[in-house]
Design a protein around this ligand. Structure first.
Ligand SMILES: [Zn+2]
Length: 144
């Protein structure tokens, strides 16, 4: 279990320093299949094997975005999970989980696909959008 370094807190400016300071990152060998990161409250679990990657990774979008810039897949994943930490802090753990699951199962009934249902959850859309914008900013920062 580790906290973010001051340099990381500054770099991951897609969330406020107050949020980034509270985060605890834990590497874990096991997570839900197809899942490379999982956030509960301020605890971020990152799967060890994320670096070797799997074909059915839900964070492929961020990875593709990251590949274009100078942000690594690992950094993009952490950035994505930090947005979830911010979301939990914003509405509370119980409400986050309740809304997240309600949206997921609603989407699943509508879309009939786990992957599409997952991707359409509003919290995931927000996390993807914020991470993509952050990755782009990192890229343009390095251009100057
Ligand atoms: Zn996510």
């Amino acid at each position: 279990m580790r906290r973010l370094t001051p340099a990381e807190i500054e770099a991951y400016d897609l969330v406020s320093p107050q949020i980034a300071r509270r985060v605890q990152v834990q590497r874990t060998p096991l997570l839900t299949p197809g899942c490379s990161g999982l956030t509960i409250g301020r605890l971020v679990l990152i799967r060890n094997s994320h670096y070797t990657s799997s074909s059915h990774d839900p964070h492929l979008q961020e990875r593709a975005t990251a590949a274009e810039g100078n942000v690594s897949a690992r950094q993009a994943l952490l950035a994505h999970e930090l947005v979830h930490v911010e979301q939990y802090a914003r509405i509370g753990v119980r409400r986050f989980l309740w809304r997240y699951l309600r949206e997921y199962f609603g989407n699943l009934l509508r879309l009939r696909s786990h992957k599409q249902a997952y991707r359409a959850i509003s919290f995931e859309v927000e996390a993807r959008t914020a991470t993509a914008a952050w990755s782009t900013r990192q890229q343009s920062n390095s251009d100057h």
